[in-house]
Design a protein around this ligand. Structure first.
Ligand code: SAH
Ligand code: SF4
Ligand code: F3S
Length: 488
């Protein structure tokens, strides 16, 4: 019978893409996808460690899988990604969760096939992580892409910045850039296959330091220029930028490019120089503002989005007000705000933190209020205007299309499923808070339906009651058998 896999993905875009690589490995080994753990022969958790709540959720989910494993002892459970890569975590997971079969880290994802085969052959549990960052460059993997019109392309791995709050450098290692020719070859192939939106991925893409075919150095600006150079209609995005490293040359390339989007994610983290210093961000707010001003001067329709941390150790009311000021000054199109979360092994773990949680929550609420004011006002200004939109998906249940503007903002509108993967002009006809609704104003009659693989919605427990009943019955049988055994 057909073997089934379920992948549960947590964290950032990098992980979404790495789950596509894990899916490729599993499909090469005869597994096909399913959407819940009861139907699965193998469940892989691709984990994140960025904040404590991410970890708690994952531990909760591993716990939930225990019940299913009790009813289906032959099911394999594998835990990989950033959480497993943390110091001592692999052995802790093995100890705490005796029903987990395989633990692997971020650097040895390409080894997953070997680990799986060993587990099946020997029946023994495996925990294997490595510090060798170059394994990630073994990128001849078959990637099972399921992000619709989107294709993610790694340009570099790791991070050298060591922001004092952040776990990423410890779980992703030092920066390693892929050779430019490998990236260009991949992008060219993806465009030929029909993908419409290429997103270049790295923790700090601006510090890309690759080489070309002749061994000459390639900067991020040069890479962008070359990725922009293919024929046809497509979009290029990139993330994440670092305000210290986003160069004038890169801004010039974006300004004069045909395909590179004008929506730029530029995390500020804080508007206070004191905080930026203790966060080890390597820029002050005047540098940040001057990058923003340069972007807006050279690219008049540029739209910026950002990440902000509130409640970093020692953050005063004034520091927080400085953050509110930079939000208002930059007029972001989207803001992701987080309460600081202490991470084991980072420098900030040891910092004195006199700010109580109540104050931190109040600051986050205030941030969200100001954010909503800004993005609702900016959205209202879009009413009546027409934008070029990439149609990304069709929602059959509501008979509605989802698309994205060049800025990255989403919009919904009525239309034919054949529009997915096409660029259309959409007029904004209704704005509710920051949600845009529009109507297509260009001719769509010539479009034909294309076959993009879209992400499936997954959950641990199946949605239908029948499978749940089978699970309950199996669990009872397993429990009865266990009880009998222990009585003997
Ligand atoms: N490499 C990217 C993304 C890092 S993680 C970058 O440098 O921007 C995404 C966001 O999570 C960060 O921008 C930061 O705002 C937030 N973050 C990281 N560590 C955190 C922590 N310990 N507590 C709260 N938020 C954190
Ligand atoms: Fe973390 Fe800073 Fe690196 Fe981003 S740049 S991944 S926030 S250490
Ligand atoms: Fe999380 Fe790792 Fe991404 S810690 S945010 S999955 S790099």
């Amino acid at each position: 019978m057909d073997k089934k896999y379920l992948i549960l993905t947590y964290g950032c875009q990098m992980n979404v893409h790495e789950s596509e690589k894990l899916a490729g490995i599993l499909e090469d080994n005869g597994y096909s996808v399913c959407d819940n753990a009861v139907d699965a022969d193998i469940v892989v958790l691709n984990t994140c460690a960025i904040r404590e709540n991410a970890e708690q959720k994952i531990f909760g989910n591993i716990g939930e899988l225990k019940n299913i494993k009790l009813a289906k002892p032959e099911m394999i459970i594998a835990v990989g990604g950033c959480m497993s890569q943390q110091k001592n975590y692999a052995s802790e997971i093995v100890k705490k969760f005796p029903f987990v079969d395989i633990v692997f880290g971020t650097h040895n994802l390409a080894d997953f096939e070997r680990l799986l085969k060993t587990r099946i052959k020997t029946g023994k549990r495996i925990a294997e992580t490595t510090e060798d960052e170059t394994i990630a460059l073994r990128d001849n993997l078959n990637i099972s892409r399921t992000s619709g019109v989107n294709a993610w392309v790694n340009i570099m791995y790791g991070c050298n910045n060591f922001c004092t709050y952040c776990i990423v450098p410890y779980v992703r290692g030092r920066e390693v850039s892929r050779p430019e020719k490998d990236i260009l070859r991949e992008v060219e192939r993806l465009l030929k296959e029909g993908y419409k939106q290429i997103t270049l991925l790295g923790q700090n893409v601006n510090s890309y330091a690759g080489v070309d075919e002749n061994g000459n150095k390639v900067s991020f600006a040069k890479l962008l220029k070359d990725v922009d150079g293919f024929d046809g209609k497509y979009r290029v995005r990139f993330m994440t930028s670092h305000p210290r490293d986003l160069s004038s040359e890169a801004i010039d390339v974006i300004a004069s490019s045909k395909h590179i989007c004008h929506g730029i994610h530029l995390p500020v983290q804080s508007g206070s120089n004191n905080m930026l210093k203790v966060m080890n961000r390597h820029y002050d707010i005047s540098r940040y503002n001057s990058v923003v001003d340069e972007i807006k001067a050279k690219i008049p329709d540029a739209e910026l989005t950002t990440d902000i941390i509130v409640g970093f150790p020692g953050e005063t009311d004034q520091d927080f007000e400085d953050t509110i000021s930079v939000m208002k000054r930059t007029e972001y199109l989207q803001i992701f705000g987080f309460i600081y979360s202490k991470r084991k092994g980072t420098p900030a773990e040891k910092m004195v933190d006199p700010v109580d949680m109540k104050t931190k929550k109040e600051r986050l609420n205030r941030l969200l209020e100001v954010k909503n004011e800004i993005i609702d006002r900016k959205s209202a200004e879009m009413l009546g205007k027409t934008y070029e939109v990439l149609v990304e998906s069709y929602d059959a249940k509501n008979d509605i299309l989802y698309g994205s503007l060049d800025s990255g903002k989403t919009i919904t509108f009525k239309g034919n499923k054949a529009c997915v993967g096409e660029f259309v002009d959409v007029k904004v006809t209704n704005v509710k808070k920051s949600v845009l609704v529009g109507e297509i104003v260009s001719d769509t009659s010539a479009f034909v339906e294309k076959n993009f693989k879209t992400p499936i919605e997954v959950s641990i427990l199946p949605k239908d009651q029948k499978s749940l009943k089978i699970l309950r019955d199996n669990k009872k049988t397993a429990k009865d058998a266990n009880d009998k055994k222990s009585k003997k």
